[in-house]
Ligand binder design. Structure first.
Ligand SMILES: O=P(O)(O)OC[C@H]1O[C@H](O[C@H]2O[C@H](CO)[C@@H](O)[C@H](O)[C@H]2O)[C@H](O)[C@@H](O)[C@@H]1O
Length: 268
């Protein structure tokens, strides 16, 4: 499927919009804390959210606290840590946690192990851990072996490989489940889901969206079950801006038709 994929179609209708963050809305950077979302793109997302009755959510591997920071001043519905955290349209949080004792043990174990792998970084996210090797690609095999051994020792955990990262997350957690949860609730329910993502963690989201007859969009190269492809982050920004502009024009045309019909019926 991968290489014959084309740019996604125009969006006319009632949509529920889901966006991955790193590698989709934001360029990949050497370190996670160097990532920013341009103010223009945040305004476009807010516009899209308003024009779709609030049916827009960020679906990310990052924590919800980081997502809120990156999306400031806006507060969108969120799924963080690959779906282990979720904040619905009413602001209610749905959290999958691990026992504190296990989090403490894993933090200590992983911190100690990474001191022997210079250039690697541990990102502790509460119920999940990202083991980054972007600055030390020579340690990819060691990081993968370490994460694999930790997951093998704890049946409640699962591996989540990504771009220069191997993550350890609670078992059964994935972005597809998070999108399904949103699709069961207003204002998402009944709309056609659209999900844009770039990485392996996004494939479960694409599957759910495909099953619902929605629009799944892979950013960049690589095998995917998505139905459409955009080449890079710049093309995502361009596409979402075009979609927002088009929805605005439709709204204006719709309002003008209503005004015109109203004045016609008054004059009859
Ligand atoms: O689901 P996403 O929104 O795509 O988040 C996936 C992970 O993104 C971050 O790591 C990745 O992006 C970093 C910044 O560009 C990059 O330095 C790193 O190599 C990538 O793996 C984030 O740090 C993770 O917590 C997310 O799970």
């Amino acid at each position: 499927m991968a290489d014959s994929l084309t740019v996604p179609p125009a969006l006319t209708g009632e949509f529920a919009l889901f966006f991955d963050l790193d590698g989709t809305l934001a360029e990949i950077k050497p370190h996670p804390d160097q990532v920013v979302l341009p103010a223009d793109i945040l305004r476009v997302l807010d516009q899209l959210s308003q024009d779709n009755q609030g049916a827009l959510a960020l679906i990310s591997g990052r924590s919800m606290a980081e997502l809120d920071e990156l999306a400031r001043p806006y507060r969108f519905p969120l799924a963080g840590v690959h779906g282990a955290e979720r904040r619905d349209i009413h602001g209610n949080a749905h959290i999958v946690s691990l026992p504190d004792s296990l989090i403490q043990t894993l933090t200590a174990q992983l911190t100690a192990a990474l001191t022997h792998l210079p250039g690697t970084e541990l990102e502790a996210k509460g119920m999940a851990f990202a083991l980054h090797y972007r600055q030390a690609p020579e340690h990819e095999a060691a990081i993968t072996a370490l994460a694999t051994s930790v997951v093998a020792a704890h049946p409640q955990l699962a591996l989540q490989p990504g771009k220069c990262v191997v993550e350890i997350k609670p078992k059964g957690i994935n972005k597809g489940e998070a999108i399904s949860a949103f699709m069961g609730e207003a204002p998402f329910a009944g709309r056609t889901p659209v999900f844009i993502g770039d990485d392996l963690t996004d494939e479960s989201g694409f599957r759910v969206v495909n099953q619902a007859g929605g629009i799944s969009i892979k950013v960049g190269q690589g095998e995917t079950c998505a139905g459409w492809r955009l080449p890079n982050v710049a093309s995502v920004w361009q596409w979402v801006t075009e979609v927002a502009n088009q929805q605005q024009e439709e709204k204006i045309a719709h309002n003008n038709r209503r005004k015109h019909d109203g004045s016609l019926s008054r004059s009859l």
